[in-house]
Design a protein around this ligand. Sequence first.
Ligand SMILES: *Cc1c(COP(=O)(O)O)cnc(C)c1O
Length: 397
Amino acid sequence: MSFTTDLIHSIPVDETTGAISVPIYQTTTFVHSSPGVHQGYDYTRSGNPTRKVLEDLIARAESGTTGAAFASGMAAIDAVLKLLKAGDHVIAGTDIYGGTYRLLTTIFKNFGVTTTFVDLENEDEIAAAITPATRLVWVETPTNPSLKIVNLRAVAAITKAHGILLCVDNTFATPVAQRPIELGADLVVHSATKYIGGHSDVIAGLVVAATEELGKEILFVQNASGAVLSPIESWLLIRGLETLELRFKQHAHSAQHIAEFLQAQEWVKEVYYPGLANHPGHAVAAAQQSYFGGIVSFRLCEDYFAAAKQFATSTKLFKLAESLGGVKSLIAHPATMTHASIPKERHIDFGITDGLLRLSVGLEAAADLIADLQQAAQTLTTAGRPALHRKPVLQPN
Ligand SMILES: *Cc1c(COP(=O)(O)O)cnc(C)c1O
């Protein structure tokens, strides 16, 4: 059966009413028939039937045993890091999500967990960073915003050889395109806020564990720390998963067209998209992903802030906003928006310059999106460019 056929038909029909959509069990507590005797649920923080459908669904989609739903992507990441204890060591990519970097280098550092940041494309660097205290390798692929590709099979070979856990943040690829557990990962996390929710209307996070044992540990943290996803938001993610492949296919199809268009423009210095044959990670991406995704980054020839600002405020279909993965296309300026909290001197680790822009390609027709980019570029070469090179001209009142 295809991924989507299997996924859609793994969503149960309600046994008591026949409802084809999963009921939203908007309840905090469940009545006991006798002290300690209930029908599987006692309190919604510990378990909720709507959330359980979502958790089982994402576990199936990611080829894991156990799913757990959280109130945000960061809450999901926090739950995985809580499997660690003081003295443990983590290896993570230099260009991981800013929120994960912040969590590791502040809160978990204060709790005695140390982190070494390495270039995960270089397997020798990973091996060299391993110490007897290393418990976890944290990978994101494709990365944000430079769309670097990490070879998951190669990293899993290293972590397995050393008995270290491998966790993959699969937000950018989604289980439609990439299933890290099938490639050797122990844990997968998602900011379901992005493609899985898919409509820019829910903040949510998911964890999937490869083994029952790890799954029990994650569910323990979920209940103990309590950052659970609400029933109604769980329902929104179930609905998002139903159309995930359909949407992701279209996001990726348009992104490929847009990347190829950008590559041919004289006002573009460089394009970052794993679907381009000249992308350094193209071969690895083609081997481990079935779609190259919906995010395209590019650097303007005029690689400075004024040009990027002119461009990003001139697009009409691409709305200037953070986040990604929704039906509406978005444009972001990583240096001042998504990565503003990263110290400027570290921007080079992320491939960020002042003229870098990131597109989240939505579900509009690719031709319309390309026309929008083209008209924004025209403002750059007519209105934008002279203003950049000339001193401001004082206008008489
Ligand atoms: C957005 C994002 C997160 C954080 O998720 P929230 O839902 O915003 O808490 C983590 N990882 C990646 C790759 C993201 O894009």
